[in-house]
Structure formats: structure tokens, C-alpha cells
Design a binder for this molecule. Structure first.
Ligand SMILES: *Cc1c(COP(=O)(O)O)cnc(C)c1O
Length: 384
């Protein structure tokens, strides 16, 4: 079975982990420091704070941006559950705004209507690795004094109008889960140009201990640490950072490979009826191609989306579904009406994710598209 995602791991990562193990320093240490420096430099911002998961980084990003009890955070339903769960963990309430039909990114034109006096932050997701319209989101954020916190779990290496994702909003989160473009096994990071946000995130990442040199109880001497708030245990280990160091060096090559495979997909899918890739956003951008999401015109077929995915799996194509929109989950039903999110609701009936990862061969694309075509032909309604 060809999986929808698979991490690329080479001898370089394996050797670095081995060296880390032999060094005796396994938890947050010198390799994490190097990884954070390299990541900040890659994105082009002064600060990166690495964590044990992307979810943890997003939780810290919200807290460090000042989100707390009573606040509302405007976000998209087309995302992984972590995006909204951390809003609840911060004591705030998610407010869902519908997505654009072409890109499945948060629809900036619908943003204003979702704002209230409680709104504290806007939390967009760069769906599948394609940047949201950040200028439009920033204009709203700046005019209303809101924080722009980006979930860029899919978008490391992407850029918007020449600016790397991570260098535009107030604080941006990346995930290093094994399915993502860069992996550390599990892991994540936030990046920011704001020293205060970085400092607060760093403190919250490790129990709320103030390690800044200005704190006279922190950062000096072996027994000098000062807990100033109830933080978390969200630090990344050097074993994880060891992997990340080499993943980062290979990232641009691997993302280029993804883009090449995606363009093969798009040209080969051109001749397949009833199946079309998501659309390219009209503004200048560079797509990270984290996932190859397509829409299936199920109205013209005698099977539904789940049946289509199952039929692909029977043909050894490990298709997936990203994502079941959050407003259809039991936990979030009370936060939105299906009727208010018609685009996401309709997309849910049509989207599926085809295999896409850097180590896939060009021939694999032909194999997948052949299977997709097969399933369409087997289920095509007469006259449709
Ligand atoms: C993967 C993912 C996350 C969470 O990252 P983890 O590293 O798995 O905690 C958050 N948001 C989106 C959109 C994701 O795809």
C-alpha cells in the first residue's frame, strides 16, 4: 500500500541521533539550541522556540499572544482538531469562519462578520501548505488590534508574496509530526519576531521558570531558578532536535520534489473526469505541498467519498481524509451551525488526500491516478 505520507530519513539523521545518544545529553540542550537558531534563520525571524509537539507550540503561541479566559479566537473548521483544542485549553472560545471553495483556506471576506468585542486573535491554517491571503488577514488584525497567530503545520518552506511563512504574523507554529514536510519524530516550534512573545513562550514551555538574566533568582548558579507562573512541560529533546537539524538542511530539496510530484498529479488528473485538485490562490505565493487534496464530484458517481477512499485502498492507494471539519465533531457542534459553514460542509463530502511525499517516485503518481480513474469508471452514473 502506498501511504498518503511517509517521512524521509537518511543516514545523516541516523548518525546525528547516534552521536546525540553517545554524547550523554538527551534532553533540551546544545542540539536544540542549534536547531532553533537554524530554524529562525531559515524563516528569517530572530526567535524560534522548539517544543515536544506542534500542538504544544500552538498552545504556547496563543498564551504568549495574550489569549486567555473570556476571549474569542476566530479560526477555520477545515483543520486538525489540535487547532481548536488549544483555543479551549487557553480558556478561550473558537469562532469558526467558513473557507474559500477553491483553496479551503479561511475566507478573509467573511472575517469581519465573525468579530466581536471578545475577539482576541485570528488563527488561520495554511491548508495543505498553500498560504492564506495574509495581507487580507493582517489588515483586519491590525485595524482591530488582534493578534495574528498562524497554524503553519503544513507550510514550513512556503512563502506569501516573497515573505517566508513564519515571518508575517505575530507568531507562527510549525509541526514536526512524521507526516509533515519536516519531522523530528514528534515535535513542533513557534517562530516570532517579538522578543516578549518568545520569552513568555520559553518560560511557559518549561514549568514557568524565568531563566532571563534580568530575574535575580533565575539563570544564575546551579540552584537558582524562579517559577513565576504555572507553565508546562513542553520542551523538545535533543534526540528530536538531532533529527530536525538534518531535516532542515534537506527541506528545500524535499519541498521541490513535492512540488514536482504535485505538478505531475495536476497534469495527469486533467484527463480524469469527476476529480479535480484544489485551486491555486490568485496572489503570488510558494506552496509547500504538504498534501495532495482533491475533490470528487460524488453527485456524478454511484459512491460517496468514503466509498471512493475505500475503493482506492483496495487498489493499494492509501488515500486519507483531511479533515473532518471541526463543526461536525461532537465537541464543537455547539460552537457553530452547519448552515453557517456551507463551503466546509460541502467540501467534507468531496475531499480526499492522495499520497504525496518526497521519496515517492514519478511512476507512483501514474499508479495513483490510474487507480483514481479506475474507481471513477467503475462508479460513473449513466448520463451524469
Ligand atoms: C499536525 C497538525 C497540528 C498538530 O501538530 P502535532 O505536531 O501533531 O501536535 C496542528 N494543526 C494542523 C493543521 C496539523 O496538521
Amino acid at each position: 500500500m502506498l501511504p498518503y505520507a511517509r517521512p524521509s530519513i537518511t543516514e545523516a539523521e541516523i548518525r546525528e541521533v547516534e552521536d546525540c545518544l553517545r554524547s550523554g545529553w538527551l534532553s533540551t540542550g546544545p542540539r536544540t539550541e542549534r536547531f532553533e537558531e537554524a530554524l529562525a534563520a531559515y524563516v528569517g525571524v530572530p526567535h524560534a522556540v522548539a517544543t515536544n509537539t506542534g500542538t504544544a507550540a500552538l498552545h504556547l503561541a496563543l498564551l504568549a499572544a495574550g489569549v486567555g479566559p473570556g476571549d474569542e479566537v476566530v479560526t477555520t473548521p477545515m483543520t486538525w482538531v489540535a487547532t481548536a483544542n488549544v483555543i479551549l485549553h487557553a480558556g478561550a472560545t473558537p469562532v469558526f469562519v467558513d473557507v474559500e471553495p477553491g483553496t479551503l483556506n479561511l475566507d478573509a471576506a467573511r472575517l469581519e462578520a465573525a468579530l466581536s468585542r471578545q475577539t482576541k486573535a485570528i488563527l488561520p491554517v495554511h491548508f495543505a501548505g498553500q498560504p492564506c491571503d495574509l495581507d487580507a488577514l493582517l489588515a483586519v488584525a491590525r485595524s482591530r488590534g488582534l493578534a495574528l497567530v498562524e497554524d503553519a503545520a503544513h507550510a514550513l518552506g512556503a512563502s506569501y508574496k516573497g515573505r517566508p511563512i513564519g515571518s508575517v504574523g505575530d507568531v507562527t507554529m510549525f509541526s514536526f509530526h512524521p507526516a509533515k514536510n519536516l519531522t523530528t519524530g514528534e515535535g513542533g516550534a513557534l517562530v516570532t519576531a517579538d522578543a516578549e512573545i518568545a520569552g513568555r513562550a520559553r518560560r511557559l514551555r518549561y514549568h514557568g521558570i524565568d531563566q532571563s538574566p534580568e530575574n535575580r533568582f533565575g539563570g544564575r548558579g546551579p540552584a537558582a531558578y524562579d517559577v513565576v507562573e504555572a507553565g508546562f512541560k513542553y520542551n523538545i529533546s535533543d534526540l528530536q532536535s538531532a533529527i530536525g537539524l538534518h531535516q532542515l538542511q534537506a527541506l528545500d530539496d524535499r519541498n521541490r520534489r513535492r512540488a514536482h510530484l504535485a505538478s505531475l498529479y495536476r497534469s495527469e488528473l486533467d484527463s480524469v473526469e469527476c476529480v479535480r485538485p484544489l485551486e491555486e490562490a490568485p496572489y503570488e505565493h510558494h506552496h509547500a505541498w504538504h498534501m495532495m487534496v482533491v475533490r470528487v464530484e460524488t453527485d456524478a458517481l454511484s459512491t460517496d467519498r468514503d466509498g471512493f477512499v475505500q475503493a482506492l485502498r483496495e487498489r493499494d492507494v492509501g488515500a486519507g481524509v483531511h479533515f473532518v471539519p471541526l463543526h461536525l465533531q461532537t465537541l464543537y457542534r455547539r460552537h457553530a451551525q452547519e448552515a453557517d459553514l456551507p463551503v466546509a460542509t460541502q467540501a467534507h463530502r468531496e475531499i480526499l488526500t492522495l499520497p504525496l511525499f518526497a521519496d515517492m517516485r514519478d511512476e507512483d503518481v501514474g499508479f495513483v491516478v490510474g487507480a483514481v480513474n479506475d474507481v471513477v469508471r467503475a462508479h460513473r452514473r449513466r448520463g451524469a
